[in-house]
Design a protein around this ligand. Sequence first.
Ligand SMILES: [Zn+2]
Length: 340
Amino acid sequence: MSAGLYFSHPACLEHDPSMLSPAHPDTPERLLAIERALAARWLPGWERREAVPATEAELGLVHSARHVRAIAELCAAGGGAIDADTFVGEASFRAATAAAGAACTMTRALLGGEAAVGFCAVRPSGHHAEPDRAMGFCLFDNVAVAAALAISELGAERVFILDWDVHHGNGTAEAFRSRSDVLFASIHQWPLYPGTGPLEDAGSGAGEGFTINLPVPPGSDERLWLSLLERVVLPAAVSFRPDLVLVSAGFDAHAEDPLAGCRLSTGSFGELARRVRDMAAAAAIPVGVVLEGGYNHRVLAECVRCALVAFGGAGEARPLAPETPITVRAAARVGRYWPL
Ligand SMILES: [Zn+2]
């Protein structure tokens, strides 16, 4: 068994919003920076694999046929603007189906017992894409499609999704807001785009309690992020008894990221990863990690390496700092649904 499986697809480099919006931060250079860093020093024991693009049926597990068709047709017509942040070109549909397909290919391999951890180095990212709407650089919700596939076709009964991108994963939250077979937890800066994800929103209907939103103020550092993960999110996830963990792994909560104001360090992502790794190992379930944001190229590449080395088994989680008032308030809210 490999230490980890690394999935990518050349089509993910063909999506380039900067062709229509010159200062756009989501450029192919993001992936190239990751690839360069890993080519210089490959991850010990990790195996590289090419993704299989998602089918329309797989995308249809989360997205409406109307949405999938609209993206396909806009790209086929040469592309254009979807909103003020979201642009597609002729190749973007190919890139987006490759990105969602990578998450599906990885999930099949992980639930097939081929490795304990996988990573998808893909773009466009997915967690802002709602079932019927592209937004926030995202066309299809890669992690949501993989989670839905795991449950509908791969025998998983419950999937835990952790979204540690600095922006709220509104798309994933919407996809599963009334379902009790997916526990979605997001730590995100607020106020910040897209403005959703208040602590009070715990999901709805049969899904009430299965959405955990943990907004943190600008300037929040590792002490708060790790405290929320270890004291609030992971105890709930353990009680949920998932068969699979998926991570929407953005690296834009780093202090040097240009799009947000949190203050994580490169090492913080290793600390986040170690805690998730240890929780999954104790439950003997795999972890699939999918790239979301991260817009400082050098920092992004360093953070990805740091997280993947930790997911692959290196290092032990450092003890936590004392809890903060924000953690106490979050634990009281989430504790209505889960024993923390
Ligand atoms: Zn983000």
